[in-house]
Design a protein around this ligand. Sequence first.
Ligand code: SAM
Length: 205
Amino acid sequence: MSGFDRQAHWQQVYSEKGENRVSWFQERPTISLELIEAVGTPNSAIIDIGGGASRLVDALDGKGYRDLTVLDLSESAVSIAKLRLGQRAAAVKWIVADVTQWQPPTSYDVWHDRAAFHFLTEESDRIAYVERLTKALRSGGHAIIGTFALDGPERCSGLPVVRYDGAQLAARLGPSFALLEMRRHDHQTPWGAIQHFQFSVFERV
Ligand SMILES: C[S@@+](CC[C@H](N)C(=O)[O-])C[C@H]1O[C@@H](n2cnc3c(N)ncnc32)[C@H](O)[C@@H]1O
């Protein structure tokens, strides 16, 4: 993928398709909410990595979570989410950045990523991601990472992905992250196709 402009790709996707004409759209991110509620409290500092235009931030805000950050490469995606949230958007911190280059300004209690990490097909990008995760997550904090499962699609949004199970993800994250749980999840796309995901929960040791 040398010469590939990742940011331009994602800008174009959200500019053309908006929020809900993309395969990953969910009305309600139920599994993410369940997993976050199992490890977080309303005071937890939560960051959604590659959050895009996801409604996770709306749902968390609605449940009284007060310290929310959304990071995404695509300004268009973030604008869609902000517009939808209206006045509530001011209570959220928004970061337009490539996670592999971002310097975390603070530490977080919960790191959530649904379908961003699996796009990192280059070893150097995965290393950079894990460096940021290690720096950003406080000791005892939790990382919830959803990717296509081993029997999930090989591509998404026209791009190749790397598929994982919990053990493979744990090996990738290294010894600073203890795997607590892996759940399989079948996502139904807006046009009715089923995509197999896995969501793994790690504790930063
Ligand atoms: C498949 S979408 C999932 C969006 C959102 N997590 C959801 O569940 O609706 C992948 C998202 O990751 C973002 N993304 C891809 N690579 C990224 C990177 N290197 N840094 C930050 N965001 C990235 C894209 O802009 C896109 O919003």
